[in-house]
Design a protein around this ligand. Structure first.
Ligand code: BES
Ligand code: MN
Ligand code: ZN
Length: 484
């Protein structure tokens, strides 16, 4: 999607659909009054009214897009308006979308453009015979701005966000026969062109490090497990202590020998959404040359049933030295994170670690499909994440880490078991398990099983499918709290 910023006076080209952003209670008077009187359009947020060749106006098509009340209209509101404008005209047959918000300041116009970019995301590489009339027709978007040059200057950091979110959505959308650990690692390696340093550890290297927990998960797969280390050194002091992000990258989760039921198992191709978000975060940080040192670690495996797969009851030794009785091979994400997190803190001694993982179905039961779960041993880090979440429209809700539930993951024969003895509080006991691999440093765990994929979507900037959840939230966290 090509984006331009134009002045209100700029001529409207042929094949253009005009979307006019309207605040609630400020519906336009004049030639549209009759059309408006015949509709229920009030300008409420998310409403649209599609008018073809409106009488008295020299326009082929006009869509009114409700933005809600003028007070409280913020960057997210502008984004949603841009996205709704795109969605309304997406398959109209017109080629140019022109979004009008008279007097829009540079930052607002840039947010509108971001909304268009995010809404226009589409994963269509495997469609070979989609009829032309079903394909999106809009090729180009013009956003009207009070000062087009200033808007153009404000846009690049937001375009970097859109590029990174698209990168993550592509990874998460790919089926598991295409995107297995080595292919995921290869695509991340390509990001070196942005200035990132990418190291890839294979099974022999991980064996040497003693990562029995991560390796046990991948041992039933013909695909080699990978640990990817991504580094961005943007701080003025290249040796300044980094911050760190770790992602669960289970490229497919069958459950292993504790196999999942067939219904819906295809969803487990997106069980690498945490690693996808960390890769997207590194992408945006490098694109906008963030002034901070950051490490991103991806634990990439495929969890398969096989003659060589690990069995329920097996005991593995993690890199930390702690032993784990694998009661359920489907609780594999925490086994991957245990070694990836340990490696991260051991090698990089970061200021803090945030991990992201599509970890538990229980977080969906607890929070529904819009909120991710936040677990943290540090109130300041937790609050910073909640603030970033609010500003970026990626909802997050803090959950407890009660010490008294810790005994539920004690084992009779090893240091711990990988699942709780009962079903209660499944997301919490999973987080408590991970916490056993975190030393004395601030840490937060985001369980994004609820938010990595949307079907259907209720947010105009997120088409159905991979959301890219986490990229924006973490980018905002880094930008506001750790740069400079
Ligand atoms: N990848 C799943 C969690 C998941 C479920 C992600 C639904 C996205 C949508 C995870 O590996 C898993 O299987 N968790 C088990 C844990 C259980 C065995 C304790 C679960 O949630 O059922
Ligand atoms: Mn699982
Ligand atoms: Zn999983």
């Amino acid at each position: 999607m090509e984006i331009e910023f134009v002045a209100a006076e700029a001529a409207v080209a042929p094949k253009t659909g005009v979307a006019q952003i309207v605040f609630e209670g400020e519906t336009p008077a004049g030639p549209l009054a009759q059309a408006l009187a015949a509709s229920r359009f009030t300008g409420a947020k998310g409403q649209t009214l599609d008018l073809i060749a409106p009488a008295g106006l020299d326009l082929a098509r006009l869509v009114l897009v409700g933005a809600g009340k003028r007070e409280g209209f913020d960057a997210l509101g502008a984004e949603h308006a841009g996205a709704s404008a795109y969605n309304a005209l997406k398959t109209s047959g017109l080629e140019i979308l022109r979004v009008e918000l008279p007097g829009a300041e540079a930052a607002t116009a840039a947010s509108v453009a971001l909304g268009v970019r995010l809404a226009a995301y589409r994963f269509d590489k495997y469609r070979t015979k989609e009829p032309a009339e079903k394909k999106p027709s809009i090729q180009r978007a013009q956003v009207v701005a009070a000062e087009p040059d200033a808007a153009l200057t404000a846009f690049p950091p937001l375009a970097a966000v859109a590029d990174a979110v698209s990168f993550t959505r592509d990874l998460v959308s790919e089926p598991a026969n295409i995107l297995y650990p080595a292919e995921f690692a290869r695509r991340v390696k390509e990001l070196e062109s942005l200035g990132l340093a990418v190291e890839i550890l294979g099974e022999p290297e991980m064996s040497k490090l003693g990562m029995g927990s991560l390796l046990g998960v991948g041992q039933g797969s013909v695909r080699e497990s990978q640990l990817v280390v991504i580094r961005w050194n943007g701080a003025s002091d290249p040796s300044a202590q980094p911050i760190a992000f770790v992602g669960k990258g289970v490229c497919f989760d069958t459950g292993g020998i504790s196999i999942k039921p067939a219904g819906g198992m295809e969803d487990m191709k997106w069980d690498m959404g945490g690693a996808g978000a960390v890769a997207g975060l590194m992408h945006v940080l490098a694109s906008r040359k963030a002034k901070v040192n950051v490490v991103g670690i991806l634990g990439l495996v495929e969890n398969m049933p096989d003659a060589n797969a690990q069995r329920p009851g097996d005991v593995v030794t993690s890199m930390s030295g702690q032993t784990i009785e694998v009661i359920n091979t489907d609780a594999e994400g925490r086994l991957v994170l245990a070694d990836a997190i340990w490696y991260c803190q051991d090698r990089f001694k970061p200021k803090f670690i945030v991990d992201l993982a599509t970890l538990t179905g229980a977080i969906i039961t607890a929070l529904g499909n819009d909120y991710a779960g936040l677990f943290s041993n540090n109130d300041e880090l937790a609050q910073n994440l909640l603030d970033a979440s609010q500003k970026e429209g990626e909802p997050l809700w803090r959950m407890p880490l009660p010490e008294q539930y810790n005994k539920n993951i004690d084992s009779v024969i090893a240091d711990m078991r990988n699942v709780s003895s009962g079903p209660a509080g499944g997301s919490i006991t999973a987080a408590l398990f991970i916490q056993r691999f975190v030393n004395n440093l601030p840490w937060a765990h985001l369980d994004i099983a609820s938010t990595a994929w949307k079907k259907p979507s209720s947010v105009p900037t997120i088409p159905e499918g991979a959301t890219g959840y986490g990229v924006r939230l973490l980018n905002r966290l880094v930008q506001e709290k750790y740069e400079g």
